[in-house]
Design a binder for this molecule. Structure first.
Ligand SMILES: [Zn+2]
Length: 426
């Protein structure tokens, strides 16, 4: 008995001090703000690609973040221009005031959903027929949040040489889940069929003939082509990383791996040019081709560190924050080198799932309710809960927020195929 009591305390301090040292070290390293360096390159064929690069956006007096976006338009450029000019404000409007850094980052995925839907709704009210992809990236210290509809991919290249894709390609041809959703909502999916001839080209949605399953705009296509973005939020290690955001002119020519490899070691501006050059060399200028490179690097580094041999520990490198126990300790140790911490991922096309159902949100300081999408104030009697009339009746809580105004509720129904699109119910 006596020896056991002795052994315990002797081991315990050792273990705690090591853990504390590690966490102290991690915390102090994480405190430092990275440098964000960026560059863009574009070759135009149709003139429908637009982009956004904005640093020094202020959240409050002391903290700032950067925003990067690519908008690849189709059937005209109006939707791409409108999204470039308004999406950021629509997202920021949907974030409650007075949040600290962590709360702000936690509120971001939901605000991105609201901002995308609001941008789509407002653009459609202008009656212009065009559509756009939108890949929208917010860099806040070491945390990267990406929201996207369409197929303008964003990839992450970390110093250990691991390339990961932070978006999902919303292409009917490649995305079975999206194909099933569109069909279930009343869309028809098929290939272009010249009368009497063979079917050609990629799978498209009819009416309209769009190859994408999600976009902003596209009033003439059908509302099951939804603007609800796939959202992923990751926290980089203090080794940093490089983002490559580009329109499909790049990705139809280069794999994620090839694009990342082709520009390693070059500063951001040159890297963007190199990726475009590489794509044109492979495929020629068949489409608008736009590439943004963003380097998130430790403050004392002007270039991302040279890549090492690709690690075989790939499966360990992306860890979710829910992993506990030994795995968590191991990856914490690794994170000093190159671990990317996955904070959030959600891709559902159902608005109710994306806006959540907390009791507090939607209640504004004025005592009125606020529409969770367009942020207009609602009288208590006007707001319709996002959960009202859900087919999942057991979990529906019609008295619980978030709330939607009548217009946004109509849009939600149309997106879910509960109402023929383009027809206004009075
Ligand atoms: Zn609304």
């Amino acid at each position: 008995m006596g020896s056991r009591v002795e052994r315990g305390p002797r081991r315990h301090p050792d273990f705690v001090s090591l853990a504390m040292l590690m966490s102290r070290e991690l915390r102090s390293e994480k405190m430092e703000k990275p440098c964000v360096k960026y560059g863009c390159s574009a070759q135009s064929r149709k003139g429908e690609d637009y982009f956004l690069m904005k640093t020094g956006c202020h959240r409050d007096s002391s903290t700032s973040f950067s925003v990067f976006g690519i908008f690849d338009g189709h059937n005209g450029d109006a939707a791409a221009i409108y999204s470039r000019d308004n999406l950021l404000n629509h997202v920021l409007d949907a974030i409650p005031h007075g949040l600290n850094c962590d709360e702000w980052l936690q509120a971001l995925p939901r605000a991105l959903v609201a901002g995308f839907v609001k941008t789509d709704k407002q653009f459609q009210s202008k009656g212009l027929t065009s559509g756009t992809t939108a890949t929208f990236v917010i860099v806040d210290k070491w945390t990267v949040t990406v929201a996207s509809v369409g197929d303008s991919r964003c990839i992450l290249d970390t110093p250990d040489g691991v390339v990961s894709v932070l978006t999902v390609d919303h292409r009917l041809e490649e995305n079975t889940e999206e194909r099933e959703r569109v069909t279930a909502s009343g869309g028809e999916v098929g290939r272009l069929n010249v009368v009497g001839g063979p079917e050609i080209g990629p799978l498209r949605c009819w009416p309209g003939g769009l190859c994408l399953s999600r976009s902003i705009g596209d009033m003439d296509v059908g509302e099951f082509i939804v603007p609800i973005p796939y959202v992923k939020q990751v926290k980089l290690s203090n080794g940093g990383g490089r983002l490559i955001i580009a329109s499909d002119g790049i990705w139809d020519a280069l794999s994620s791996e090839t694009a990342a490899k082709s520009c390693r070691g070059l500063p951001a501006e040159l890297a963007a040019r190199q990726v475009v050059k590489e794509a044109l060399r492979t495929r020629g200028l068949k489409d608008d081709t736009t590439c943004i490179v963003v380097d998130i690097v430790p403050p004392d580094n002007s270039l991302p560190p040279p890549p090492k041999q690709q690690s075989k520990l790939r499966s360990l490198l992306f860890r979710t924050k829910f992993h506990g126990g030994c795995a968590s300790k191991l990856s914490k140790k690794l994170s000093a080198v190159c671990i990317v911490e996955e904070l959030f991922e959600e891709g559902s096309a159902m608005l109710a799932e994306r806006l959540g159902n907390t009791e507090t949100c939607g209640s504004s300081t004025s005592g009125l309710f606020t529409c969770a999408v367009c942020q207009v104030d609602l009288a208590a009697s006007e707001g319709i809960s996002v959960n009202a009339g859900s087919i999942f009746s057991t979990s529906s809580k019609p008295w619980q927020g978030p709330f939607l105004c009548v217009g946004c509720r109509e849009k939600k129904d149309a997106m879910e195929g509960k109402r023929p699109s383009g027809i206004k119910v009075v």
